[in-house]
Structure formats: C-alpha cells, structure tokens
Design a protein around this ligand. Structure first.
Ligand SMILES: [Fe+2]
Length: 352
C-alpha cells in the first residue's frame, strides 16, 4: 500500500467518490436551495400540531417563510409575511392576493408543502412507493405527535441524510450493537425508489438484550410484527424511522453549507391510553430522547464530519464505493441519492 502522503491523498480513487466540495461550497449550497429545495415537496409538520380549524404552523422552505393552517376541511399554505409565532390560532382564514402554495396531508398525517407553483407530481407520485413498507402501520390509525425538538448543527444537511442512509456508523451506537447485530440485521436491504428516495428493510430488534423490560412487541404500530425497525430516507433530506412502538421523523432546513436546522418529531397513536402513551414515550426517549442513545451520537458524528469539511477546507474524496448486493452496508442508497442530486444541479457528483 503506498504511503498516505498529500499527493496520494488527493488522487482520484478507483471507486465511486464525491468531492467534499459538495459539502463545503457556498456556490453549490445556493444552487441546492434554488434548484432543489424550492422545487420538492417538504414535510413541514404533522396535522396533530394543528388539529383545530384555524390552527396554524409556520416554517421556512428555501429561505422563504411560509404558513400552513387547518381550514377544518384540509390545510392551506401561503408565504408568510407577518406572523411571528411558530404556532397559534388565526382569527380568520387567510385573505391575501398571494397565490396559495400547493399543500397536502399524506403519509401518516404529515403536512406537505411545495414552493413549486406548477408541481409536476402530487405527494403520492413524488414519494414513489418509498412509504409502502410502513403504510399499513402509519395510515391505519391516526397518529399524534408527542415529542418535538430542533437542533442547529454545524454540518452540511447532506451529511445528516448520509448518516440516515448508511448503517456502518451503527458501530458507533452501543445500543444498536447490543440489540441488533445479528444475521438478520446484516441481511437488511437498501431499496431504491424513483426521485432519489430509499428505504431500508426491517429486521427483529432484540431490545431485551439491552433492558429486560425493553420489549416493544405489545405496543407495535398497527399491522407491524413485533420489534421491527423500518427507515424511509426521502430525498433531499427527510427521514422517517419506525421502531415498533414509536415513530420519528426528521426534517432538514439547510441554513448554510455548514449549518443545518434539523427538526425531530416523535409520534404515537392518537387513541393511546395515558399508560400506553407513557410507554411509547419511554421507548422513544430510550433511543432518541435527551438522555437516550443513538440520536446524540449521530449528531456528534455529523458535527465531526462538518468540522473536517467546513468552508475553506481542502477538498478530498468521500468514498461511496461499497457494493455488497444492496445489503445494509452497501452504499447503493448514497449512490442513488447523489445521482438524483446531480440531475437537479446538472452535474455528475462523481466528477465535480
Ligand atoms: Fe445512527
């Protein structure tokens, strides 16, 4: 093996790789906002955050403030020019000469908005079957949000999505090593869908290896066999994560090449008894809550990546070259994502 001197370090590898420039360039970031985020469907919130007529939620897409509210018969979205609070109740339906933004409620009650004034696809077409694996679990009963927090992380938004798309970083998670590293885990498949989406097939997690009382089978989501774990990675940066009894969504709002706002939501079933809800919250928090496992470790990981790839750092090659029959550590999901990403930016990400 040749020495890892500077010259060799910069040499083009003979497997698929992207330049770290795509994570650090201001120019590329601006193009992403313009060409990707202002075109795609964005899951801005959940309908249970605005149950009643005239309840609203504000958000930001591609640098634009937006507001979405409950009409009593669906939702409507507009550019937001004046409302300051992130959530509340309107006095009356919004009356404006601004055109309405396209919005839909879809996939377990998520509220989707696009800034595209002429979308070529509805949400169902856009998600292209990526939710099919969990549709019976999230669409049979009404879901209800029980957890929300946001984090501003000094990293590129794509590094967060990468973390949700590759599973070799799972070695970082003590919880996952103890509960999950069995033959079934390593046989999981990454499945690609149109429009850059990917999902990861399920396996049975052995929660009791971590905590004797930790089994989640009893409170599994509808139609879901006990202790399953599905992930849906939606282009360009949205993740839906169903671990048996608790469901989580992540949404990114890119703020700069090296700055991203990530919103995390946790969900149970609206019909939960108080005891059931408490158990779901405990299960959610064990992994993703403030004193739990996994989520903070993921955030520390991408913060470290962000540090090494911040604006002004030297470009280097990030490998996406693992080919392992689409099983869990195959980087097929990353390659699928970046080939879609390249179409929006009219560039080949493997030859920036
Ligand atoms: Fe992780």
């Amino acid at each position: 093996m040749p020495p890892r001197n500077h010259k060799n370090w910069l040499k083009q590898p003979n497997v698929e790789s992207v330049s770290s420039e795509i994570y650090s360039s201001r120019k590329i970031f601006n193009e992403e906002i313009e060409s990707i985020f202002s075109k795609v469907w964005v899951p801005v919130c959940h309908i249970s955050e605005m149950y009643n007529e005239l309840d609203y939620r504000t958000s930001q897409i591609a640098g634009h403030n937006i507001i979405v509210y409950n009409t009593g018969d669906g939702v409507r979205a507009y550019y937001n020019h004046s409302i300051q609070k992130p959530t509340g109740k309107l006095q009356a339906p919004i009356a404006t000469s601004d055109p309405e933004l396209y919005s839909e409620i879809k996939h377990g009650g998520m509220v989707w908005v696009t800034l595209d004034p002429n979308p070529t696809m509805d949400v169902e077409q856009w998600t292209a079957g990526a939710f099919d694996c969990i549709a019976d679990a999230i669409d049979t009963e009404e879901l209800e949000i029980f957890h929300y927090h946001k984090a501003v992380i000094p990293t590129n938004y794509k590094l967060w999505h990468d973390t949700n798309s590759e599973f070799y970083h799972d070695f970082m998670h003590y919880f996952n090593r103890v509960t999950g590293f069995n033959d079934e885990y390593f046989a999981r498949k990454n499945i690609a869908f149109d429009n850059g989406h990917v999902n990861v097939s399920s396996f049975t997690v052995n929660y009791t290896e971590f905590d004797k009382e930790g089994d989640r089978g009893e409170l599994s989501f509808p139609n879901l066999p006990p202790n399953q774990w599905y992930m849906v990675d939606l282009f360009p940066g949205f993740n839906f994560n169903l671990r048996g009894s608790a469901y989580r969504s992540d949404s990114v709002t890119p703020l700069g090449p090296n700055k991203v706002l990530i919103e995390f939501r946790g969900y149970g079933l609206r019909k939960d008894t108080p005891e059931e809800r408490q158990t779901r919250i405990k299960h959610h928090n064990t992994i993703w809550g403030p004193f739990g496992r996994n989520l903070h470790e993921d955030l520390l990981g991408v913060t470290g990546q962000g540090t090494t790839m911040r604006e002004g750092t030297e470009d280097r090659h990030i490998l996406h070259g693992r080919h392992e029959n689409s099983t869990i550590h195959d980087e097929v999901g990353m390659r699928h994502y970046y080939s879609e990403w390249g179409k929006y930016l009219d560039m080949d990400p493997y030859h920036v």
